[in-house]
Structures are given as structure tokens and as C-alpha cells.
Ligand binder design. Sequence first.
Ligand code: MRU
Length: 370
Amino acid sequence: MGQAVTGNNIMDYDTVALSDSGDAVVIIDQTKLPGALELISLRTAREIWDAIYCLKVRGAPAIGVAAAYGIYVLARSMPRGSFEEFYQEFGKQKEYLDSARPTAVNLSWALNRMEQVCLANRICPVEEILEQLRREACRIQQEDIAVCRAIGEFGLTLVKPKDGILTHCNAGKLAASRYGTATAPIYLGQEMGYGFRVFADETRPLLQGARLTAYELKESGVDVTLICDNMSALVMKKGWVNAVFVGADRVAANGDVANKIGTSLLAAAARQYQVPFYVCAPTSTIDMATPTGEEIVIEERSGAEVTEQWYACPMAPEGVKVFNPAFDVTDHTLISGIVTEYGVIEAPYREGFEKIFAAKERGAQVSHCG
Ligand code: MRU
């Protein structure tokens, strides 16, 4: 049962947090927004898996943070007899959480980081491993805050005051920590009085744009206009959009980008109307082990999301065939630049990514422009 916190501002709450006693992952239940602001506590593997699968917590970085806290919470009640016993159960639960959604790489990325902590501390008592796991999960979240801010700073160099910005799905505070990714330049610009006009795509079928992006931007005082997905070409043609900013669930080594279904259509329209199309993605979303978008597994979800969810009664003939892929892949040739915490990468992407990963390896701090 969720704890209703209605009357308060969404900005006052973390999208994902660890409970004070460390025994639960506390999330904003995004399926209830914008009608109700409810916090729910997840304690069991099934509850955490369901919350990710059912999109109570969603958005690539937020899923990663939830999984990191989730595996820590589960690890607290794993067998402590020997490291082997503990690690065997850890591996089982890690695999289970990882199976909740296939496309966003941040899920396995965060779980792998947590596993590395176990292995690096294998000679320590389980109590000590648990403490290290808690710290690593907190670090993943803290890093995400800094990373989103840096993405915002770099993104802001690509636009000017009063610009029109179009975004798709929700790559905001609800999908990542604090500033979000695609919304980071918008929030930073808002703090600096840039006066952006933002268009938020409704984002069929699950309405992340209408329910979440329009909601969080409006709550923050941003000038946001909601449009249906099929209106974006029109607003571009009218010259109301100076840049498109979207997030990413997985970026392949060649710069192809998997993001919410409809993103590639938007990129094609942006090319047609000569609007720059930027992807905002932390390096944790760049997957060098996936050579091109062809190899990215695209999640398919229930047809009921298209035919009946949100409607008082079904809006399609009973039994009609439905194709409901949750993501699509935007070809790198349609992307003007990928905004990361280390700067804006332009084609050729593989070379650009290799450079920033080498810098990261050398311990380079997340950059700040200016
Ligand atoms: O199915 P969702 O709502 O998890 O899809 C989310 C997206 O596609 C976001 O754009 C992406 O995860 C980037 S979030 C910073």
C-alpha cells in the first residue's frame, strides 16, 4: 500500500531512495501520476521486479538506481555462512532483477557494479560486504545527480534563451536523478531565466510525456505545451522548435540509439525540417559491447496497453492483432550529437566514445563547461 503525499511538490521527493533503516527501496509510484503522488516501499525480490516491469519506477538511470538499492536490500537477508553461499544467492537475485526489462542497459550496468563490489570484498565478513554494497548503491545515485547536471550544462550550450525545445517520453527527474537527462538543459535554463518554450510529446501508449514530463515541468514552472505524438512534425514545420532533446535506453557503439517508441520518427521529422536532434545520455547508457542498434533487444509489451489502458472501455475491436514494441532504434545518421557528462559527442561516434571512456578510465572528473 502506498503512502499518499498529496499536496507536496514532486521536486521535494527522490524518485528512488533507500529507507532510513535500509530495509526497503522507496519509490514514487509513477503509475499513479499525475493523479496522486504516492511513495511505495519495496522489500521483496518480487516487489522490486514488479515495480520495474510495471513501470512504477522507469527510465534507464532510475531503473539502475532502483536495482542497485534493490539488490542491497535483498542481500541483507541472504545466507551469511560463507562467501560462496552468500554469492550464490546474490547471483540468483541479480539475474532475476536483471530479467525485469531488456532494453535499458543501466539495469545490468548497475547490477554488475554491485556484483563487482561483492567480488572485490570476498575475503571480508558478509557484514562488511553489505556495508560496501550500501555505499556503492548510494554512489550510483549520487553520481547520477552529478552526471545529469553536467549533461544539462553541455546541453545548454546547444540552445539559446527563448528557444523552443521538443522532448519525447520522460527523460526527466522521474527517470533519473534530480535534473533528468533530456530535461537537464531545460531545468538549468529555467534556473538561469532562459524562458524556453517546451513541447512535450504525449508518448503513446503509456503516456509518459503527458503523465510525467508535462507534470514535472509544469510543477517546476517551465512553459510546457502538451502535444500528441502525431503533431510533432507540424510544430517543427511551423518553426516553433529549435532543438529536440531526448533520452536513451541504450546507445550502441556506432551511435545508434534505442529510446522510447516514436523517437526515430521524431528524428526523421527533425531531419526533414532541419531541426537539430540531440540525445542526452550518461556514459552508463553507452554500451560499447553492442556494436550497432541491430543487436539491441527491443522489449515488446502487452497489446492491452494500446487497446484499453487509459480508456473507460476498449478502443479497438476485441481480439485485434497488436504490435507493441516499447522502444525503437534511431539511426546514428539522424542524430546531431550525443550529450554526455563528458561533453557533446558528434559523429564518428565510436571514436568519440572511445575517447571519453579512456578519459573516464584515467579517472577524469565529470566535466563542467565554462
Ligand atoms: O518505458 P520507459 O518509460 O522506461 O522508457 C523510458 C525512456 O525511453 C526514456 O527516454 C529513457 O529511459 C531515458 S531516461 C533518462
